[in-house]
Write a protein of this length. Structure first.
Length: 653
């Protein structure tokens, strides 16, 4: 057990902890949360022995093996797989003993130690970790110096997971991961046997891993049982008891209720509808936990829109030829149309082409072939991580706003920047010393100020703390334009998009399902690959939901007597008979929705034809718009019937 007893810690003139108490029990999985700058990383430094307490006592079990994820890695010629294996220092010690000893008896002892350590399988283990984190087989022998900064951080994470440990410390482990790798890491950590303390601003990741939350706030450590959702409920109850918070809560809840009501009737996919409505309704419960957030902003939409906003026809998307080389097409012969109201999340494995598609939509990359049609009033707001690097570090937030709008008054600019927590003198400071989180907020502010009608965002939550992520989610919900997002933050996706597009196998296609369905899709692809062998390929997941359910069903049946099994069969038959009419009706509704969806897609494809907007085709345009409106209205009615029937069936089951 780790115990903080009246611990005080100060960095410079800033107190981080004041008489703080905390107990971390063996085997706990604890998420450390708090605003940027509150002192979370300094608490990690205490646990690593890099800092000492100013007052109080910190008890730490002697002999505990500690692994942690380094935030930087120097370039070296060491291969990726060897760099990861270096995390297991015991293995390297045994390996050195085998390679250097000249005595047969000592050599036999070293080989015995290698057997006990399961060291002969260590390369496969390292390659499994790398595969899970998104590395390809061809990356295994690649030198560390050949990877970009984000991929080197992944190597550090893999090395930390490779290190045998009793205590594992991870600081923002998902920051440089895509969605697939984030889900894989969540599963890996759930199987970890030691004590885990991690810092994360990804609420769905915290929900999936943590069994305790520690909130670092105002120099104190407050422990909450359960995951992040449980923390929000408990904190909301405490805050709701404070009368001073009451009016703020009611305003926030009213905003959420309005959004929930609007989107109950507009969930665009049958399979997504039920989970989306539950996600939105749950927001009312968590609203009071965030009423004291310093962030309050929105994305205003450009006054005028066009239909379509943007379309690509027969487009090859990729990277143009370098001198002496050939162009590389990642996606081929693609048709993409974005219209007002689209709220799209892009799914797909790392390297499938999500960011390449986004860069092409924003014209950061030229199309290799095909046509591009832009609506007359198209105004793109593009956010990507490299924009932090393009900020003028010698300019203040105020000056950057004034450059975009020279006529803006100082009060207007200050009011706007205050919503992003650039208040008082902070709005006038140059941004060179700003933290990564502050620069990310400033980059988002500059996008919002431009009033786009098409928002395109590539991993917008990186570097943002939980409060800012929640504010961003709220702002995206109320944005009236179209949205295309790539993000590993599942909460953001579930709460802001209506439709998913899957980028896979060189094409972009509508994904018929939600994030749970996508996770099953990824598992099915892994299950179709070869088992782990000397090449380091990933095996199928023995702990998948389907396998677990099958095993549970078999165990249940095996434990019954003959009479019990007979009674169980009778009850199952009755239940099937009771559910049969509901299933039949659900199937009819789903078939109807598919037909309506096809009609909608046909309308949108027709609307993507720029010749439709010529004066001579005014009647055709009106006909297509009428068909689109009728299809949307009918689809909304059928989806509501589907959701109500699904709830009835869920209750019957």
């Amino acid at each position: 057990m780790i115990e903080f007893n009246q611990v005080s810690l100060q960095r410079g003139i800033k107190p981080l902890l004041e008489k703080a108490d905390l107990r971390i029990h063996d085997g706990q999985k604890l998420a450390l949360i708090g605003a940027n700058g509150a002192g979370k990383s300094s608490l990690f430094a205490l646990l690593l022995g890099e800092l000492v307490v100013d007052n109080g006592d910190l008890y730490y079990p002697s002999g505990w093996r500690v692994a942690h994820m380094a935030q930087e890695v120097e370039a070296s010629q060491r291969s990726a797989v060897d760099y990861v294996i270096d995390g297991d220092k015991t293995y390297r010690e045994i390996e050195h003993g085998i390679n250097t000893t000249t005595c047969d008896n000592e050599l036999a002892e070293w080989h015995g130690k290698m057997d006990l350590h399961a060291g002969y399988n260590i390369k496969v283990q390292a390659e499994q970790l790398l595969h899970g984190l998104g590395f390809k087989q061809s990356d295994m022998a690649k030198p560390v110096s050949g990877f970009s900064g984000g991929w080197r951080i992944r190597l550090n994470l893999a090395q930390a997971l490779m290190t045998p440990s009793d205590l594992l410390l991870l600081d923002e482990p998902t920051n440089h991961l895509d969605l697939d790798a984030t889900v894989w890491l969540e599963q890996w950590l759930n199987k970890y046997q030691g004590t885990l303390v991690f810092i994360s601003h990804d609420r769905d990741f915290i929900d999936g891993v943590a069994d305790h939350i520690v909130h670092l706030n105002q120099c104190t450590l407050t422990s909450y049982p359960g995951n992040y959702s449980a923390y929000e409920r408990i904190r909301a109850e405490r805050l709701s008891q404070q009368q001073v918070m009451h009016e703020k809560q009611q305003v926030r809840i009213a905003e959420i209720e309005q959004f929930v009501t609007r989107f109950k009737a507009k969930a665009s996919k049958a399979k997504q509808a039920q989970s989306r409505v539950k996600e939105l309704e749950r927001m009312e419960l968590i609203a009071p936990a965030h009423v004291d957030s310093p962030f309050k902003f929105n994305f205003a939409c450009h006054d005028k829109v066009s239909t379509p906003l943007l379309s690509l026809e027969e487009a090859d998307i990729g990277y143009p030829a370098k001198p002496g080389g050939e162009a590389v097409a990642i996606l081929q012969n693609q048709h993409v149309s974005l219209v007002p109201g689209h709220r799209i999340g892009l799914l797909g494995a790392n390297g499938a082409g999500k960011s390449t598609l986004i860069k092409t939509l924003c014209e950061e990359l030229p199309q290799l072939s095909g046509k591009r049609h832009e609506g007359e009033h198209l105004k793109i707001g593009y956010y990507a991580q490299h924009q932090l690097e393009s900020l003028d570090i010698k300019a203040s937030p105020m000056l950057m706003i004034q450059r975009l709008s020279p006529q803006v008054t100082e009060q207007e600019a200050r009011s706007f920047l205050g919503g992003f927590d650039f208040r008082g003198e902070k709005a006038l400071e140059i941004c060179e010393p700003f933290s990564g989180g502050e620069k990310a907020r400033l980059a988002l502010a500059l996008v919002a100020w431009r009033k786009p009608n098409l928002l395109i965002m590539d991993e917008p939550t990186n570097h943002l703390d939980i409060e800012m992520r929640e504010a961003l989610t709220m702002a995206l919900q109320t944005f009236a334009g179209a949205i295309v997002i790539v993000s590993h933050d599942r909460h953001l996706l579930k709460a802001t998009v209506d439709e998913y597009w899957l980028v896979e196998d060189g094409k972009v296609a509508v994904f018929d399902g939600d994030l749970h369905d996508y996770h099953k899709h990824v598992q099915a692809k892994q299950a179709g690959s070869n088992s782990v062998s000397g090449t380091g390929q990933l095996a199928s997941n023995p702990n998948s939901a389907d396998n677990v359910n099958n095993i549970a069903s078999a165990n249940k049946s095996a434990g019954m007597g003959a009479q019990d099994r007979k009674e169980q069969k009778r009850l199952d038959a009755e239940r099937r008979a009771r559910l049969a009419p509901l299933r039949k009706e659900l199937t009819k509704l789903e078939t109807h929705m598919e037909k309506l969806q096809k009609l909608l897609e046909e309308s949108e494809n027709q609307l993507a034809d720029t010749t439709l907007y010529e004066a001579a085709r005014k009647a055709d345009l009106q006909k297509v718009l009428q068909q689109q409106g009728d299809s949307k209205s009918e689809l909304e009615d059928v989806e509501m019937q589907w959701m109500e029937l699904s709830e009835e069936m869920e209750a019957a089951e």
